[in-house]
Design a protein around this ligand. Structure first.
Ligand SMILES: [Zn+2]
Ligand SMILES: [Zn+2]
Length: 395
């Protein structure tokens, strides 16, 4: 990277930290990112980008059209925080009770603003277009799906998209890349076993759905071990069991709620059909009724291998091959998957762990934090990726 670019990124650090802390202190939940969105659009306008607000309620899109013809590359940040109380004792801790940026989306917004600042200063060197997507509601609200439905990948038509997530499993200074599958489809189910209530002392006069649910739980846990190819990945977790009111009453029904994770459409459909079959089979064997509602959540996030290799080589040019790791998928979910269903791209990880600074906690923890060195680091990685994808030869 030429020294001037390197210097301008290094010189941005204080500004980046200030923006990140401002957002961190004022977390907003999904589809309520009003102030965050305002902050983003004010900066994008200052940088002279074409700015359009109101996407998916609070989303913001900025476009920089280069003077010369070329491809269009998009980069994306999510803006929403989480409903939990921050436990970090830092001067920039959340000022909003019960809300916290515990997934690092404050850092994602900041990094993208840094990239905008940098390119706006050298816009005459841009060939093609760069689109910045700031979306709401990654944490379960599928903000990305709404943005895609509203046409965020059109006008100018996006040829490739890149996104990153700060990643506490990797130390600061490292980039993690998923070559293909990166995160899982996140589906859920609600099963009802409908028996017949009665006195606990006269089970023969009732149909005990708790007993049937016990059988069904053990059967459900046979799906991953007996129906799925051991070389594929899948998870079924039953997270909630609901039924009964007292020690001596057989209830009318029991419900089971759970999450189902998979990395391929084939496994996803197999998990769904086996859940339905087992529920019906167990209920029938006890002479009971049942319902099995399977709700599709985010699809699996699947990177384009060529784009993942581009990320790897662009980052390695800056930080060396040793600091770029190809990592295994995670069974968490990410709505960036919706963009990748439409255009090639890659979603990668920016290490933000720093044991010396005590930054070791996982996402969604009340103690989650990032090493703020990831802010200029993230800016540099995106700049390198855009440079390589658009063939700008800035570096
Ligand atoms: Zn999260
Ligand atoms: Zn997140």
């Amino acid at each position: 990277m030429n020294a001037a670019l390197k210097d301008s990124i290094a010189g941005m650090k204080d500004w980046l930290v200030e923006i990140r802390r401002t957002i961190h202190m004022h977390p907003e939940l999904m589809f309520e990112e009003v102030e965050t969105s305002r902050l983003v659009s004010i900066w994008l306008e200052k940088f002279g980008l074409e700015v359009k607000t109101g996407w998916a309620k609070t989303g913001v899109v900025g476009v920089l059209r280069g003077d010369k013809e070329g491809k269009t590359v998009a980069i994306r940040a999510d803006m929403d925080a989480l409903p939990l109380e921050e436990a970090n004792q830092v001067p920039y801790a959340s000022k909003v009770k019960g809300k916290m940026h515990a997934c690092g989306h404050d850092a994602h917004v900041t990094i993208l603003l840094g990239v905008a600042k940098l390119f706006s200063a050298i816009r005459e060197q841009v060939k093609g277009n760069i689109k910045w997507i700031f979306q709401p509601a990654e944490e379960g609200g599928a903000g990305a799906r709404v943005m895609v439905e509203e046409g965020v990948l059109e006008n100018p038509k996006v040829n490739a998209i890149f996104g990153a997530h700060v990643f506490p499993d990797l130390p600061i200074g490292k980039v993690g890349i998923h070559e293909r599958e990166g995160l899982a489809a996140t589906d859920r189910f609600i099963i009802k076993i409908i028996g017949k209530g009665g006195h606990g002392a006269y089970p023969h006069l009732a149909k005990d759905p708790i007993f049937a649910a016990g059988h069904l739980i053990t059967q459900i846990h046979s799906i991953v071990s007996r129906d799925i190819n051991p070389l594929d990945s899948a998870v079924i977790t039953i997270g909630k069991v609901n039924g009964g009111t007292a020690f001596n009453i057989i209830p009318d029904e029991v419900s089971l709620l759970g999450t189902v994770r998979s990395l391929t459409p084939q496994v996803r459909e197999l998990l769904k059909s086996r859940l339905e079959q087992l529920t019906q089979g167990v209920a029938r064997s006890f002479g009971m009724d049942c319902r099995c509602e399977f709700e599709y959540g985010y699809p699996a996030l699947v990177n384009d291998p060529e784009m993942s290799r581009l990320v790897a080589s662009a980052c390695a040019r800056g930080i060396g091959q040793d600091n770029v790791e190809f990592i295994r998928p995670s069974m968490g979910g990410e709505d960036f998957a919706y963009y990748l269903e439409k255009v090639p791209g890659s979603f990668f990880r920016l290490g933000c762990r720093n044991e010396k600074k005590g930054i070791i906690h996982s996402f969604h923890s009340s103690l989650f934090n990032i090493d703020e060195d990831v802010l200029p680091f993230g800016v540099e990685m995106f700049v390198r990726i855009i440079d390589q994808y658009l063939g700008l030869e800035l570096i």
